[in-house]
Design a binder for this molecule. Structure first.
Ligand SMILES: Cc1cc2nc3c(=O)[nH]c(=O)nc-3n(C[C@H](O)[C@H](O)[C@H](O)COP(=O)(O)O)c2cc1C
Length: 378
């Protein structure tokens, strides 16, 4: 039997696959179902102290791309493939007093499974920093195995919350430090991709004492405008706000951020999220240096908690380890990060030699019409 287990930030996981903080982990029932289905861990839906009221109507939708056209739309069409999820959902609308007894019960029922509590408060004053500490302490006392600080929700109006913390290295450090002051369990920080250089914020969180970086949350984005009605495909009274994009569309961008961070901090711990629905995508994160992987969109589309997704992820890992037994790979740790150093500066990539060079244009399949191509390749 291959060894699926990993130790990540000192926590033992029976497998390296977690449900990320999102609707799949918004209730006790979902989390219990997720553990029964085989997930190694869950990150709870983000818990805060401020009252939360979501928008009228749908909080999340899925976009699909037609097989024969490049059209991206929320409209269901036969044969269309999943492109992304789009959401403008806020954090949990349940209070901390609702969460605490549930965290306790879940951990009592599943002591060997990992429960990470995602938390969020503001950062504009000392009271808000104390709110982070109150949340961390309450979840830790209830039995959570770790804390994930949400510095990454893309649709917070408040300047001192969500991704507005994740875009400010000073706030990243200060908030992490405040949580670390009270935490006796590992503290992870979930960063926003909406920043110029995620390595800067990762460094700031590590300076504040973070035990791991988590990336990616959703990317700031808008739904499409319907060409007939001229309305956004999701709107309330004709209005929309920036929301978050997840799912397959963000996988390459999330991998790019992961590679930047694991190269900058090769000895630190990283949890990869974005576009994972099966083992090959998780493998890319592991090969770049992530030690665990989290899933949201694919699980939402699979009976809300992803029983088939976790079955595929575990089976894929088993098959991969069996295939590479002769290489001496007995667990994720044996191949984690082995492709991290293949990401280099463009100038380090080999150029073609002599006559084969055509100025970068492919004469047969290029984007330029023939009369726009340089004379040498027409
Ligand atoms: C409807 C919805 C709600 C989400 N809520 C949260 C949240 O409360 N806290 C958080 O850290 N991330 C939240 N996320 C982000 C996900 O945890 C995850 O980072 C993102 O969706 C990318 O993963 P995916 O490509 O597997 O969906 C949410 C995502 C969706 C789609």
């Amino acid at each position: 039997m291959p060894n699926r287990s990993v130790t990540f930030t000192g926590i033992r996981f029976e497998n390296p696959f977690l449900l990320s903080s999102a609707p799949p982990t918004e209730s006790e029932n979902n989390i219990l179902r997720a553990f029964d289905a085989g997930w190694g861990g869950v990150v709870t839906k983000t818990i805060g102290l401020h009252p939360v009221t979501n928008v009228v109507g749908a909080k999340a939708k899925f976009m699909r791309t037609g097989a024969d056209d490049a059209q991206v739309s929320m409209k269901k069409r036969p044969g269309a493939a999943l492109h992304s999820s789009w959401n403008w959902e806020l954090i949990s609308d349940k209070a901390i007093d609702w969460w605490v007894p549930r965290i306790r019960r879940i951990k009592e029922a599943h002591p060997a499974k990992v429960l990470i509590a995602s938390i969020m408060a503001g950062s504009g004053n000392d009271k808000e920093l104390r709110n982070w500490q109150t949340l961390a302490q309450a979840c830790q006392d209830a039995g959570a195995d770790g804390i994930e600080c949400n510095f990454s929700c893309p649709h917070m109006d408040r300047k001192d919350m969500g991704s507005n913390i994740g875009k400010d290295e000073g706030l990243c450090s200060v908030v992490t430090e405040a949580v670390k002051e009270v935490a006796t369990i590992p503290v992870w920080t979930k960063l926003t991709p909406a920043t110029r250089d995620i390595v800067v914020e990762a460094a700031a969180c590590f300076r504040g004492g973070a035990d791991a970086m988590v990336s990616s949350n959703t990317f700031p984005s808008l739904p499409l405008i319907d060409p007939d009605s001229l309305e956004f495909e999701i709107n309330v009274d004709g209005l929309v706000s920036s929301g978050g994009l997840g799912g397959p569309a963000i996988l390459p961008m999330a991998l790019a951020n992961m590679a930047k961070m694991t190269q900058a901090f090769p000895d630190r711990a990283f949890s990869g999220i974005g576009g994972v629905s099966d083992f090959p995508q998780a493998l890319s994160y592991f090969l770049l240096g992530a030690g665990t992987v989290q899933v949201c969109t694919a699980a939402m589309l699979d009976q809300a908690v992803g029983p088939n997704v976790i079955r595929r992820l575990n089976a894929g890992l088993d098959t991969f380890l069996e295939k590479h037994a002769a290489d001496g790979w007995a667990s994720v740790e044996d191949f984690r990060g082995i492709r991290r150093d293949r990401v280099v500066l463009q100038s380090q990539i080999r150029r073609p030699e002599g006559d084969s060079y055509q100025g970068g244009y492919e004469p047969v399949e290029g984007y330029a019409a023939p009369d726009e191509l340089p004379l040498s390749v027409r």
